[in-house]
Design a protein around this ligand. Structure first.
Ligand SMILES: Cc1ncc(COP(=O)(O)O)c(C=O)c1O
Length: 471
């Protein structure tokens, strides 16, 4: 399978929707950083598996044995996909958020926190760039110290190195994103890993954005550049069937009880005691999402098969094309790197605003008059977006008051377009046409805001969704 072949096998690419003026058009999905569509070979693999489906582990029936074998094969495929060896375990969970929370709960475990350090106040170093899923879980663990960003929105590596020195001996973990879901910046995770290990700490990488766009190799444990923990979601890599992954250093899960306990996690139970299973089973309580795991493994195989170099080339081309076109529109303010020539060094995630237009209004017009799906707002990265936008603490406080009063109409934010391996330059051109219409205010609808939701909708227009899907 090559990339051109796979690009035609994205499920839903030919679906048409109705625009405000009644025209039917193909939907354009520029919201891949949120979630990617499924791939036909992934869907087909699920159908093939469903014929053999049975619950896994401890079943002697043929289907159960086969399903158990498939489940463990999938685990091996994922281990290979990220270069994990026997010192790491692949734990399946729901998504990146759950994977990071699971890890954070381990670091709340006193035995881990007491790794010869200040047991009362462990420090977690993270950055201003983080998605909330790689920020909020750490607040439960200890003192979260933020590595600053530079004026261009990249992580300030010198600040990281300074803080590694400043908190040496107290840091239990450095938690950092592989790539930003706002600006598409890619962090030098292996360079950071070497410095983190030098300082006697470990590194966890939130790879939710990185994994569908770049090959990842966590490297062997003895390598200074080794990534100790890695989290990602299948729904961002063309397998949206409810599965996520935590690749973990085994040592973190050697002590204490699992976070969730129950069936599948124990070897022996009597009324007073329980003996936990080994990793990964002890951390996968209850019946896992076996279908999701099959989908994930197939998606990983496909990404490898089409070769990440081809994906990088195609997506960089799209990014460069979009940046060039946007640069001809003086009303467009781009956050992060604007240079088309740097497209290879970052992901195809472009965040922008249109001067004088609310981000929510721009997103609504793109949807209702262009049939284009983007995302707007703060993308679950409030501190980062506020910094990029230059929102002052006073302005932030004002907005906070409004939100608490259920008025979301003044939330600061931006519009994000994000590309997948199947998007085209023609789609970008179409996007820019609609954007020009927004800039010149020649769009057709009269838009009203629903203050509580902070969303715009065209007056007198309602979509009957039951025409598109019925149970
Ligand atoms: C960088 C980053 N981290 C974490 C997440 C959370 O992923 P999930 O919703 O799959 O848990 C996202 C989702 O957008 C993300 O972009």
């Amino acid at each position: 399978m090559d990339l051109m072949e796979l690009q035609k096998l994205v499920v839903g690419l030919d679906e048409h929707i109705t625009l405000l003026d009644g025209r039917r058009t193909k939907y354009i999905n520029f919201d891949n950083a949120s979630s990617t569509p499924t791939l036909l070979p992934v869907q087909e693999k699920i159908n093939e598996f469903c014929k053999w489906y049975s619950n896994i582990h401890r079943g002697t029936g043929f289907k159960s044995q086969l399903s158990s074998w498939i489940f463990e094969e999938a685990r091996n495929i994922i281990a290979q996909f990220v270069g994990a060896d026997a010192s790491s375990a692949v734990i399946f969970c729901k998504n990146t958020t759950e994977a990071i929370n699971k890890l954070a709960l381990r670091f709340q475990c006193p035995i881990i926190n007491a790794m010869g350090k200040d047991a009362d106040k462990p420090v977690i170093l993270t950055s201003i760039m983080e998605h909330h899923s790689n920020e909020l879980p750490w607040r439960k663990v200890g003192k979260v110290v933020h590595v600053d960003i530079k004026s261009d929105g990249t992580v300030n590596s010198s600040d990281l190195y300074k803080k590694l020195e400043m908190y040496e001996g107290k840091i239990c973990l450095v938690a950092i994103s592989g790539a930003s879901n706002v600006t598409g910046y890619i962090n030098p995770i292996h360079e950071y890993a070497a410095k983190v290990h030098d300082a006697g700490a470990q590194i966890a990488v939130d790879a939710a954005q990185l994994v569908p766009h770049r090959p990842i190799n966590i490297k062997p444990k003895g390598d200074p550049q080794h990534i100790d923990y890695l989290a990602f979601s299948a729904h961002k890599m063309y397998a949206p069937y409810g599965i996520g992954v935590l690749v973990t250093d085994r040592s973190a899960f050697e002590h204490g009880a699992p976070d969730y306990v129950g069936g599948g996690t124990v070897d022996i139970v009597d009324l007073e005691s329980a003996y936990w299973k080994d990793l990964p089973e002890r951390e996968e309580a209850g019946t896992p999402d076996i279908v999701g795991v099959v989908a994930l493994a197939k998606a990983a195989r496909l990404l490898e098969e089409v070769d990440f170099n081809n994906i990088i080339e195609h997506e960089s081309d799209l990014t460069s094309h979009a940046l060039k076109k946007l640069s001809t529109m003086p009303q467009v303010i781009i956050y992060g790197d604007k240079s088309p020539e740097n497209a290879r060094t970052r992901l195809g995630v472009i965040c922008f605003n249109v001067k004088g237009s609310d981000h929510a209004l721009v997103a609504a017009i793109l949807a209702y008059e262009g049939g284009i799906g983007v995302r707007n707002g703060c993308f679950c990265a409030h501190p980062y977006v506020k910094r990029l936008l230059g929102v002052t603490p006073e302005q932030a406080k004002e907005v906070e008051k409004c939100i608490l009063a259920r008025d979301r109409s003044r939330i600061p934010g931006a519009i994000r377009m994000s590309f997948g391996l199947y998007n085209t330059k023609e789609e970008i051109d179409q996007f820019c046409k609609v954007l020009s219409m927004i800039i010149t205010k020649t769009y057709k609808g009269k838009y009203l805001i629903d203050k509580e939701r902070g969303e715009y909708y065209p007056e007198g227009f309602r979509t009957d969704f039951s025409k598109f899907f019925k149970f």
